[in-house]
Ligand binder design. Structure first.
Ligand code: 5GP
Length: 189
C-alpha cells in the first residue's frame, strides 16, 4: 500500500536536504517515491524553479484555488504567505503506487491527520535553535525581518512537537543517517 508521509520541522531544520537524500535511497532501491509540489504565494529563492520546488502563484490565484476546493490542506504561514498541498498532486501519485511525501508545516499536518488517519507524521529537528538560526543566516536569502519571523514560527512549532509520532534529529553532517531513519520509519508502518 502506498503511504502518505508528512515531513515537518522548522525552517532551517534541513527538511529539504533530508528529503533529497530520501529520494536517493528510494531510487537506489528502485522503489517509487514522489515529493508533492506545493503551491505558494512567496517569491522564488535564487535557483528555485516554478513547478519543481513550488508552483509560485499570486494571492488571487491561490484564493481562487481555495474556493475551487483544490487543496488537501493549506495555511497562511508566519511570513504572511500562503502554502498549500494540491489534491491533484497527492492522489495522482498515491494511485500510481508511489509513497508520497508532503513537506509541510504543523498547521498543514493537523489538517491532514484529521482526514487521513494513516498518514505518517515525522518531525525533523535541528540540533538546537542556535544551529537553526545559523543555518537560516547562512542561506543569505532572507531579510532580518523574515529570519525573526521564521525563528518565532520555529519556537511555536517546537512547542507542538508531541503531535508527531516520530522525531528525527538532523545533526550537522549526518544527513544520510537522518534520511535512513526516515526511510526505516516509513517502511515499518
Ligand atoms: P519555505 O518558505 O521555507 O519554503 O517554507 C516555509 C514553511 O512552509 C516550511 O515549514 C514548509 O514545510 C511549509 N510548507 C511548504 N509547503 C507547504 C504546504 O503545501 N502546506 C503547508 N501547510 N506548509 C507548507
Amino acid at each position: 500500500m502506498s503511504k502518505l508521509v508528512v515531513i515537518s520541522g522548522p525552517s532551517g531544520a534541513g527538511k529539504g536536504t533530508v528529503v533529497k537524500e530520501l529520494l536517493n535511497i528510494y531510487e537506489k532501491k528502485q522503489e517509487p517515491l514522489y515529493l508533492s509540489v506545493s503551491a505558494t504565494t512567496r517569491s522564488p529563492r535564487e535557483g528555485e524553479i516554478d513547478g519543481v520546488n513550488y508552483y509560485f502563484i499570486t494571492e488571487e490565484e491561490f484564493e481562487q484555488k481555495i474556493l475551487e476546493n483544490d487543496f488537501l490542506e493549506y495555511n497562511k504561514y508566519g511570513t504572511g504567505k500562503y502554502y498549500g498541498t494540491l489534491k491533484s498532486q497527492v492522489f495522482t501519485y498515491l494511485n500510481k503506487g508511489y509513497d508520497v511525501i508532503l513537506e509541510i508545516d504543523i498547521n498543514g499536518y493537523k489538517q491532514i491527520i484529521n482526514n487521513y488517519k494513516d498518514a505518517i507524521g515525522i518531525f525533523i529537528m535541528p540540533p538546537s535553535l542556535e544551529v537553526l538560526e545559523q543555518r537560516l543566516r547562512d542561506r543569505k536569502t532572507e531579510t532580518e525581518e523574515n529570519i525573526q519571523k521564521r525563528l518565532k514560527t520555529a519556537r511555536e512549532e517546537l512547542e507542538n512537537i508531541d503531535l508527531y509520532p516520530y522525531i528525527v534529529i538532523n545533526q550537522d553532517g549526518k544527513v544520510k543517517e537522518a534520511a535512513f531513519e526516515v526511510y526505516n520509519i516509513i517502511k515499518k508502518n
